[in-house]
Design a protein around this ligand. Structure first.
Ligand SMILES: Cc1cc2nc3c(=O)[nH]c(=O)nc-3n(C[C@H](O)[C@H](O)[C@H](O)COP(=O)(O)OP(=O)(O)OC[C@H]3O[C@@H](n4cnc5c(N)ncnc54)[C@H](O)[C@@H]3O)c2cc1C
Length: 548
């Protein structure tokens, strides 16, 4: 019998297991992970090989339901099945986001622990910030996760200065640090590679002293007639129980955590009954509120490829290039308020000037430019990685489209139905079109852009678009190429499925503590907030359940 059973050995699960053991070694902790320990897998340590993990034995290989607003096509939404979860494949962006978003979260759940200031100690706790002279009120210097900016890693790419000038046309300034709650501006990308190597949650947060069981799929949580979580049932039929007063903590990620809740009888009763599951706790919001960031890649032919400006050219080489991605800058911008207001009103009717998405201004777009070409085949292009082209990326940071996770069956090995419902709202369409037009103007109309690129590589059958492109023309491109940034959240949302102490409503001794609890999209990349949720969860669990 364990004091704590943690279901899902991904990002959050590893942190919680490790910290609980570190802080209270007398606790017996079991961590259950469906996949293997991938530490020695061929393509894990080197972040540059992450693409080789897609569709590998470590990939759950999820496909979404057909996306109604993306021409009815499903999307491939990778997630890792292995100890370390998303940290086994993620791109290493260490991007905290905007304090305004966290403050909105805290307001929604009426609890300051989830405001930016409330989360700040936990952001700091996970971090070993690269710059020892940085503001100590904003950064941690003795946490487990090493970070590095582009220049701190020693990279100096040939296009660095010209691309900085290019980005300045967006109207935002260069800022020294975007990981201080105020990201709007142009800043060097920060990554959590350590000397160019991936830091997996299960390595960085040591699991010695934790009973780790890999290749162990959990089928459901065992809940007794008093609605107390007593343990878990595995897919192989084995049952594990927690000691009286023990805790079951769900950290199976935003796709599988709601699935496990539903398989355990927690959810919308009619949906559960449809799959032969006896409803135990009526919580219709389980699996609702799925949010995810949509992004678009665009590809550009360089005017002077002979200069060794991009990956693939034999002349694109320099000290420490392997220590991070082929990129310099991360740009976060608001967008003009009036047209945004009109778009929101198409979705919501008349809104006040201080509507949540207008107040701030909020961070609506994030973008960067990579000295490389990846994934062009997803839009029917086969651009060679020979240094002749580059790519831009942008993401809508605060989507209002909401999707769902529902059961496809009562079989725990089956993929749940993942329906992110991308691009459903006029607000999201407006933001993504705005990003598209911004990139067109930057690349084709500014002196730096004109000097840099000859033309866009447009997908076969699609016309070249200038800044006067119509909404319909832009939509066609987004419907073809719009894709996830791998940030699903919200499917066991705080305030509706769990309370602000992460307890599942209506069940004792059961918590959720992963990306599922994030109530609203954040203008960030989600590993950093998941680390912070997990770090805060440990404080909550120790103080509320194991204080003595
Ligand atoms: C390709 C990719 C690139 C990304 N890039 C970035 C980036 O650059 N920056 C960034 O900040 N974020 C990035 N992310 C997102 C980030 O990694 C995730 O937000 C984060 O890992 C989510 O953590 P989690 O603990 O909620 O879930 P996960 O880390 O996914 O962990 C869930 C774990 O639960 C296990 N599990 C599921 N069901 C069961 C079950 N029934 N029984 C037992 N175990 C189960 C899974 O196998 C998995 O290991 C990326 C993600 C992906 C996939």
């Amino acid at each position: 019998m364990a004091d704590v059973i943690i279901v899902g050995g991904g990002t959050a699960g590893c942190v919680i297991a490790s910290r609980l053991h570190q802080r209270k070694p007398s606790l017996s902790i079991t961590l259950l992970e469906a996949g293997p320990d991938p530490k020695n897998h061929a393509h894990v340590k080197n972040p540059a090989e992450a693409a080789l993990l897609h569709f590998s034995d470590l990939d759950w290989k999820y496909f979404t339901a057909p996306q109604k607003h993306l021409d009815g096509k499903p999307r491939y939404n990778c997630a890792i099945k292995g100890l370390g979860g998303g940290t086994v494949i993620n791109t290493g962006g260490w991007i905290r986001g905007d304090a305004l978003d966290y403050d909105g979260w805290a307001r929604e759940v009426n609890d300051r622990r989830w405001s930016y200031d409330g989360l700040l100690p936990y952001f700091k706790r996970s971090e070993k910030h690269f710059d020892a002279d940085a503001d100590p009120s904003q950064h941690g210097f003795d946490g487990p996760m090493h970070t590095a900016s582009v220049s701190a890693s020693g990279r100096k790419f040939p296009l660095r200065d010209i691309v900085l000038e290019l980005w300045k046309h967006t109207g935002v300034d260069q800022i020294p640090d975007a990981n201080n709650g105020h990201p709007q501006g142009i800043t060097e990308l920060v990554e959590n590679w350590r000397d160019g190597k991936r830091q997996i949650a299960s390595d960085v947060y040591p699991l010695d002293g934790v009973d780790v069981r890999t290749d162990t799929l959990v089928k459901r949580i065992s809940i007794n007639s008093h609605k107390v979580a007593e343990g878990v049932e595995l897919a192989n039929g084995e049952k594990l129980v927690v000691k009286p007063g023990g805790q079951v903590i769900l950290t199976a990620g935003a796709y599988r955590t709601p699935q496990l809740l539903m398989l355990s009888g927690i959810g919308e009763p009619s949906h559960l009954s449809q799959h032969g599951i006896r409803p135990i706790v009526e919580l219709p919001e389980v699996g609702k509120n799925l949010h995810d960031h949509l992004m678009l890649f665009r590809y550009w032919k360089l005017r002077h490829p002979e200069s060794g400006l991009a990956l693939g050219s034999p002349d694109f080489s320099g000290p420490n290039y392997e220590k991070g991605g082929p990129v310099d800058w991360l740009v976060t911008t608001p967008i003009p308020a009036e047209p945004l207001k009109r778009a929101i009103e198409k979705d919501e009717g008349p809104i006040p000037e201080d509507h949540a998405l207008l107040r701030g201004p909020r961070s609506h777009l994030e973008m960067n430019l990579l000295y490389a070409v990846f994934a062009s085949e997803t839009v029917g292009l086969n651009i060679p990685l020979d240094g002749s082209s580059i790519m831009t990326y942008y993401m809508g940071c605060l989507p209002t489209s909401r999707g769902s996770i529902t059961l496809s069956s009562d079989d725990p090995t089956a993929q749940p139905v993942i329906d992110p419902n991308y691009y459903a709202t006029e607000t999201d369409k407006h933001v993504m079109r705005e990003g598209f037009r911004m990139h067109t103007r930057l690349m084709l109309e500014t002196p730096e852009g004109k000097d840099l690129v000859q033309r866009e590589h447009t997908p076969p059958g699609f016309p070249s678009l200038d800044a006067d492109a119509t909404d319909e023309e832009i939509d066609a491109r987004i419907k073809l190429g719009g894709s996830t940034v791998f940030h699903p959240g919200g499917t066991a949302t705080m305030g509706k499925v769990v309370d602000a102490s992460l307890n599942v409503y209506g069940v004792k001794n059961l918590r959720v503590a992963d990306a599922s609890v994030i109530p609203q999209p954040l203008a960030s990349h989600y590993q950093m907030i998941v680390y912070a949720i997990a770090e805060q969860a440990v404080d909550i669990i120790l103080s509320e359940n194991f204080a003595n």
